[in-house]
Design a protein around this ligand. Structure first.
Ligand code: SF4
Length: 419
């Protein structure tokens, strides 16, 4: 039975039909056509990796800055605020869809649980919008988390943000975590009191794209913010009671500034002590402005091995903090460089040692396996000797036929397919 068929079942005309009736009447009075409009809601293009199972709702569109040289996400797209009414309509739609899916679960005899059968019914009904699929997955995973898109939501007026988040909590009281992206430049324009109001409304975590704590790198990359402003913003968010997640970008200093980038980024983070430090290594697809600098030779990319050394220097310089380090981005070579400071610092450095102590050939095998999506840890190579031999054979074949440059080009192609 499809979700539409289930909802048509005459013996089971549920609350959701009655509610829709009321909703439609209200819409009619307001002269709006709600037939399909309210069965979908808007979503933006990205979310942090750890928000993959969160409900995604769009509070603003695109990025108000949009100048960072390495960033492909919103180029060519104009930033816009959304009205509180638009956001409320989207939240209402997400809520109605969630209720419909739960009603479907009851009709299928699943007792309100969103299990494989319900997911299958939703995904096999082509008449349903992507919003249904998105909400169904969120209910299936049961994370109780919501991520507010797009790049810089704290640019909203405090009272609008508070109103929108309160409405979100009213419609989804089960939400335990509401998070968003924002820019340090935007955060420092808000008072701690304003941030606290937003926190009290329900926003409990902010992801900041710090990228670097070294001013020449920030300037070169047109990040539009200084290291001092990153520190000020981070401290303000923590003072307001938010959880803070700082993204940093290994590789962003290139070959000229890699060491200063690593050391100064650690210094800035030592002054903030964020809850999370997340690594997202640089890749340069042709569609970003940095690609032109790469072609001109005014920026030279770090190799994988040099980036690993850079992360070593970065971790060595972290001091006096209690942050959790996370390496959950597919761009990162070593996913198991993660842990809590300070107790896991030595273990994280050991993970780097394990990679650096491999033979040249094994490092190449690992890189091919990692960039091809097979490995996430150096230890994976020992766990599966058959796969190891297959990759080894491939690496040796490419080197024999195309030389070391051919192998590097092959690995680059594998890695770039994720950007
Ligand atoms: S602020 Fe963030 S989203 Fe905006 S251009 Fe820079 S990296 Fe991209």
């Amino acid at each position: 039975m499809s979700i539409k068929q289930a909802l048509k079942h005459p013996a089971d005309r549920s609350v959701c039909h009655i509610r829709y009736g009321k909703y439609q009447n209200r819409e009619k009075q307001e002269g709006k056509n709600m037939t399909t409009k309210h069965m979908s809601f808007e979503q933006g293009p990205i979310r942090p990796p750890n928000e993959a199972k969160s409900l995604l709702l769009r509070f603003t569109r695109n990025c108000p800055w949009n100048q960072c040289l390495f960033c492909p996400v919103y180029k060519g797209k104009k930033f816009s605020l959304r009205t509180v009414e638009e956001i409320r309509d989207d939240i209402q739609a997400a809520h109605d869809i969630a209720e419909d899916i739960k009603a479907l679960s009851f009709r299928l005899g699943c007792g309100g649980m969103i299990d494989n059968e319900v997911i299958s019914a939703v995904f096999n009904d082509p008449s349903l919008t992507d919003s249904y699929r998105s909400v169904a997955f969120w209910l299936y995973y049961g994370t109780g988390a919501c991520f507010l898109q797009d790049a810089d939501n704290l640019i909203m007026k405090t009272r609008d943000m508070v109103e929108a988040i309160r409405f979100l909590k009213e419609k989804f009281p089960e939400l335990a975590r509401i998070t968003t992206y924002s820019r340090s430049r935007t955060v420092i324009r808000k008072s701690v009191e304003s941030l606290r109001q937003i926190r009290e409304a329900g926003l409990n975590r902010v992801h900041i794209g710090m990228e670097s704590g070294y001013d020449p790198v920030l300037k070169f990359m047109k990040k539009g913010v200084t290291a001092a402003q990153h520190i000020e913003a981070g401290r303000k968010l923590i003072e307001a009671g938010m959880e803070l997640s700082e993204y940093i970008m290994p590789g962003l200093g290139g070959r000229n500034m890699w060491r200063e980038h690593a050391v100064e980024t650690a210094r800035v983070l030592n002054k903030i002590n964020p809850h999370f430090i997340r690594l997202r290594s640089l890749r340069i697809p042709p569609r970003v402005p940095l690609y032109k600098k790469l072609q001109e030779g005014t920026f030279t990319m770090q190799t994988d091995d040099m980036t690993v050394e850079e992360i070593r220097v970065f971790i060595e310089h972290l001091d006096g903090i209690t942050s959790t380090i996370v390496s959950d981005h597919i761009m990162n070579l070593l996913e198991d460089v993660h842990g809590k400071m300070p107790e896991d610092k030595e273990r994280m450095l050991q993970v780097i040692d394990e990679y650096q102590n491999l033979s040249d050939l094994d490092r190449q095998i690992y890189r091919v396996g990692r960039r091809g999506g097979t490995y996430s840890s150096v230890r994976d190579m020992q766990r599966d000797p058959v796969t190891y031999q297959k990759i080894r054979h491939l690496v040796e074949k490419i080197k024999k036929e195309e030389g070391p440059d051919g192998l590097e080009a092959f690995i680059k192609e594998l890695a770039d397919k994720y950007v």
